[in-house]
Write a protein of this length. Structure first.
Length: 244
């Protein structure tokens, strides 16, 4: 079996590290890639095709792990050549997922939950062809949501609405605690009910949110657009907070 990658970032690299089998080989292409990416591909000693079209044709599973902005363009270029499964792992909205389905009949909607370079990632998938990916459970935790392409994308939005709204609240509460010189005590009392790792995880969440507030604001806007007409009071408040 051949697993091909369009895009060769941390997601692709981690999957190669985790999926170890004599029956599985990996391939990608250096077409249009930066010198840094080319060197990284060499480090992993996988098959290299001249073009991504060739990767799409040869792969039994073609994985798109690029960026949300390029997900549709990649699917339009290479989805029609994918005779096997086209697994999209980009952080995209359900609308984008449905648009991608127009370019390939073999789409499986996927998402890796947790750190993308984690040793124990969880891969969520949805779509009628998802069952054909369950053998990956030998190497990683994989969970099928449904036969409906787009369900995983919706779950990603729901998770994002929770985590980003919570992050905005944490930022606001910790700022108030700082103003009263009670930041340590604030995290101490919350740790009593939220767990010993709450302080560390909260500070990491706050720092990550502050360092990428523009991108996270854009993701909140996407949530508001998709769930238009629903009660999104807290999401809108979080967007207002992060936009400042």
């Amino acid at each position: 079996m051949i697993i091909g990658f369009i895009g060769f970032g941390k997601v692709s690299q981690n999957l190669i590290s985790l999926i170890k089998s004599d029956d599985i080989t990996f391939m990608t292409s250096v077409e249009g890639r930066s010198q840094r990416t080319i060197e990284k591909i060499k480090d992993y000693e996988i098959g290299v095709a001249d073009t991504f079209k060739e990767v799409a044709i040869e792969s039994d599973i073609l994985i798109s792990a690029n960026s949300p902005k390029s997900a549709i363009e990649v699917a339009e270029k290479y989805g029609k050549y994918a005779k096997g499964i086209y697994l999209d792992l980009n952080n995209i909205s359900p609308d984008t997922t449905f648009e991608i389905s127009k370019f390939t009949p073999n789409l499986v909607d996927g998402a890796i939950i947790g750190k993308i370079d984690s040793a124990h990632p969880i891969l969520y998938v949805s779509g009628e062809l998802s069952d054909k990916l369950m053998f990956l459970g030998k190497f990683i935790d994989i969970r099928k949501i449904s036969d409906n392409v787009g369900d995983v994308a919706i779950l990603k939005l729901l998770r994002s609405s929770y985590t980003k709204t919570l992050s905005a609240l944490l930022i606001e509460s910790s700022e108030l605690a700082k103003q009263h010189n009670l930041e340590n005590e604030f995290f101490d009392i919350l740790s009593l009910t939220e767990g010993d790792e709450f302080r560390e995880k909260s500070l990491s969440r706050i720092n990550n949110t502050l360092s990428s507030s523009k991108r996270k604001s854009e993701e909140l806007e996407e949530i508001i657009d998709y769930f238009e007409g629903s009660d999104l009071t807290m999401v809108r408040a979080a967007l207002k907070k992060l936009s400042r």
